[in-house]
Design a protein around this ligand. Structure first.
Ligand code: SF4
Length: 63
């Protein structure tokens, strides 16, 4: 699984980082970044939850 954050769409709500801090963090501009593009097995469910919870659909997941 691969994940990316579309920073043009992110509004910095922090939901993704709250759901999966191992993968998402807010950068200096207050926008989310994926710490790694390749998602570990144990983080996949949380990454899917984060993508579903993102209010702007900014999290792009490739299964
Ligand atoms: S949940 Fe979406 S809008 Fe909120 S910080 Fe994460 S990527 Fe940005």
């Amino acid at each position: 699984m691969k994940v990316k954050v579309n920073q043009d769409a992110c509004i910095g709500c922090g939901a993704c980082a709250a759901i999966c801090s191992e993968v998402f963090e807010l950068n200096d501009e207050g926008l989310s970044e994926a710490k790694t593009e390749d998602v570990k097995e144990e983080n996949k469910d949380e990454v899917r939850d984060a993508a579903d919870s993102c209010p702007t659909g900014a999290i792009l997941v490739e299964e």
